[in-house]
Design a protein around this ligand. Sequence first.
Ligand code: GLN
Length: 262
Amino acid sequence: MKLIIYHLYPDLLDLYGDRGNVLALAARCRWRGIDVDIRKVSLGDPIDFAEANIIVLGGGSDREQSILVDDLSSRGTELKDAIEDGLVLLTICGGYQLLGQYYQTGEGKKIPGLGILDLYTVAGNKRLIGNVIIDIESGLKKNISWNYSSNVDEDSSQRLNTLVGFENHSGKTYLGSKLKPLGKVLRGYGNNGEDNREGVRYKNVFGTYLHGPLLPKNPHMADLLIELALERSGNVSKLLPLGDNIEVVAHKAIIERFGSNR
Ligand code: GLN
């Protein structure tokens, strides 16, 4: 069994070490005997969408977004078709914004997005920065198999129903009425600091403002992406449990430390 992970623009979109998410996916696969091929793709490099199992698109500043948007748009049709076909995508902050209709910068310049998701982003006049805790959207909770640790399957009190992370953006993102968020904000700002929503989920596409080590901090989210990718490629989707006690303790420590500000 093998998964091909495409890491898009690692040289441009790697704010706060978003590439750690690719490493976490690869490690969690390899620990289970699943081979992983990581392909780094930057401006002009080819992508074989038919072969791709997971695509990761990190975050970056307005400047980097402007540099790569034309290159990304040239792949827009193929990417859209693959998404409709169930390709698994993790997009973070600047990468998440680029899937939408547009991102309007603080200077009023509109960077066109790919228009794949019905959302748009407008820069506000203050940066939305800090630790974030979200309650995972209820429909999505059912998809998470909670097998991140060998001994917690039966113990619902051990289940992680939250995602924790760190955000830093000025863009405020608004979802179209048919789109579901990734979760409800318990702490932090999320999509726009106004509607208590964080991120987006559409088919197997996930967008979020949670930067940096999202997947190391949220092993259940990492496993969800792996399971969806395996399922789509017709492989066994039940993952072997891993001993994630340290990850679970770390996740809970963040919740205890920052709690809720709602
Ligand atoms: N440029 C975008 C913003 O500030 C994205 C920033 C990021 O990826 N952290 O909203």
